[in-house]
Design a protein around this ligand. Structure first.
Ligand code: FES
Length: 161
C-alpha cells in the first residue's frame, strides 16, 4: 500500500522545513505533523519523511523508536494515559489502570498500549506527567485530570462519546 500525504499537509510540511538551517533538523517537527494528521507513524510515513528530508529511512526510524511520544501503531480516538511514576503509583495509579482496562475489555496485565476492538479507546501507562502533588494523575488526549478517584475515572470514560 502506498503512503500518501494530502496536498495541504505537504504544503504545511514544506513550509515548516524552511524554518530550519538544514532539512534534517526538521525531522521531529515533520513527524509530529504527520502523527497529528494520521494518528501514528507508519512505515510508509517514516519512509516518506526520510525521502522528503533527504535522509535514509533508518535516520527516521531511530527517532520514531527512541521517542515514546511517537506511535508505531494506530491508536484509539481517546487515548487514556495513566501516570505510574512514584507519587501516582502510591496514589492508586495501578488500580485506576485496572479499572479502565476492565471497563473497556482490555487486559490489565498486558505490556504497552492497548486499543479496544472498536478503535475508540487506547489505554496505557506513562511516566511522570509533572503533577506529582495531585496524584493520581492521568490524561485523555491533551487534557490532564488530577486527583482521579474511581468515581471520577467512571465519569471520565462516560464523558468520551
Ligand atoms: S508521579 Fe504522576 S505526575 Fe509525577
Amino acid at each position: 500500500m502506498t503512503f500518501t500525504v494530502p496536498q495541504h499537509l505537504e504544503i504545511e510540511i514544506d513550509e515548516l522545513v524552511t524554518h530550519y538551517p538544514v532539512k534534517r533538523s526538521a525531522s521531529l517537527m515533520v513527524l509530529h505533523a504527520l502523527q497529528e494528521h494520521f494518528g501514528w507513524i507508519s512505515e510508509g510515513a517514516a519512509e516518506w519523511t526520510a525521502k522528503k528530508l533527504g535522509l535514509q529511512p533508518i535516520n527516521v526510524y531511530e527517532l520514531v523508536t527512541f521517542y515514546p511520544m511517537f506511535r508505531q501503531e494506530p491508536v484509539g480516538k481517546y487515548q487514556i494515559k495513566v501516570c505510574r511514576t512514584l507519587s501516582c503509583a502510591l496514589g492508586g495509579a495501578y488500580g485506576l489502570h485496572k479499572q479502565f482496562c476492565e471497563k473497556l475489555g482490555l487486559d490489565a496485565h498486558k505490556h504497552g498500549p492497548q486499543t479496544t476492538k472498536d478503535g475508540k479507546f487506547t489505554v496505557e501507562f506513562v511516566e511522570c506527567l509533572a503533577s506529582c502533588g495531585t496524584a493520581p494523575v492521568m490524561m485523555v488526549g491533551d487534557k490532564l485530570y488530577e486527583g482521579v478517584s474511581k468515581a471520577k475515572a467512571e465519569e471520565i470514560v462516560g464523558g468520551c462519546k
